[in-house]
Design a protein. Structure first.
Length: 315
């Protein structure tokens, strides 16, 4: 179960406010038409117990602003400013546990009609505690969804567009109804795209393979990071189309993303992946990733924004 208790403070309409005051009208354009874009960022509690390590904050802020361009959003903030506001909000919330940060840029006017221009945009940010979103210590069971992944000429898949997540919800709902943990979605060409909220990797013959950014996927920041870690470990990497049948014969497979982290896949459509256990390349990448985000010695420390938590006086 994903917890959804909000941390005490949010950023809303240009100000830091108590999270329960960050509220919009039922007629809000984004609520009616899905005209919002969002980000998802993790802050990990460092092993020192008093620092939150935000993973690749500048990259997440940049992708958020990129997604916003699809909606012609106009805001008085650039990516650097959004990152600064997030750091300030982490300090105000002073968490001593792992968090998930959700920035949201949305069409805020109470305007009728699905369009993009001339509607006021706003930025809102809230935070929740977050542990595991999918299991990471035991392999998950996936199915190939009968829902196709939304394609670039329908809604840009490389943007995190709110309305497009109906597509993810349909796939995930079907998977859960059928007794699986999550779904893998094919694109309109019938090639593998990604999970409902995560990118997909497989391992074949010692090579780490993932779908290209032109396969109607979100250009995941975790995906990009793992490609870099694997290359540095000397693991051959391939970004290429993946056929459905490859899912049935690969040696390892995992989902990756901010929420999902690195979730090993034990079976797809009831067929075991490898021996059904966590594979060695998956385990190695998990080690590199978790050592980094928990603040252990790592060559990738530049990917962390470290925020020192000071408890408010009297807390
Ligand atoms: N694909 C989809 C559809 C997602 O929602 C996410 C989560 N943001 C990802 C992939 C993974 O992207 P990232 O690693 O940047 O979180």
């Amino acid at each position: 179960m994903v917890q959804s208790k909000l941390l005490p403070y949010a950023f809303f309409e240009g100000e830091f406010v108590p999270a329960d005051q960050a509220k919009v009208s039922i007629a809000t354009h984004a609520l009616q038409y899905g005209t919002g874009v969002f980000g998802g960022i993790r802050g990990y509690l460092d092993r020192d117990g008093e620092t939150i390590n935000i993973f690749r904050l500048p990259d997440h802020a940049r992708r958020l602003m990129q997604s916003a361009r699809f909606l012609r959003a106009e805001l008085p903030y650039d990516a650097d400013r959004v990152a600064e506001i997030i750091v300030e909000l982490v300090k105000r919330n002073a968490p001593t546990f792992d968090i998930y940060i959700r920035p949201f840029i949305y069409k805020a006017d109470l305007e009728l009609g699905p369009k993009l221009k001339g509607i006021r945009d706003e930025l809102a940010i809230y935070m929740i505690p977050l542990q595991e979103y999918l299991p990471i210590t035991h392999p998950i069971r996936l199915m190939v969804s009968s829902w196709r992944r939304v394609e670039d000429n329908i809604v840009p898949s490389r943007g995190k567009v709110s309305g497009a997540y109906i597509n993810s919800a349909l796939a995930r709902d079907q998977a859960e109804e059928c007794g699986f943990d999550d779904a893998i979605m094919l694109n309109a060409a019938g090639k593998v795209a990604e999970g409902s909220g995560a990118n997909l990797f497989i391992v074949r013959g010692g090579a780490l393979i993932t779908t290209p950014v032109t396969a109607d996927i979100l250009e995941g920041i975790t995906r990009r990071s793992l490609l870099e870690f694997a290359r540095d470990l000397g693991i051959p990497i391939e970004e290429r189309e993946i056929d459905r049948s490859e899912l049935y014969i690969c040696d390892e497979a995992f989902l990756c993303g901010t929420g999902v982290q690195i979730a090993p896949i034990g079976s797809i459509d009831g067929r075991p992946v490898g021996n059904g256990q966590i594979g060695p390349i998956t385990a190695r990448l998990q080690q590199v990733f978790f050592a980094l985000v928990r603040g252990e010695e790592s060559p990738y420390q530049h990917y962390l924004t470290r925020v020192k938590i000071e408890q408010p006086a009297g807390a």
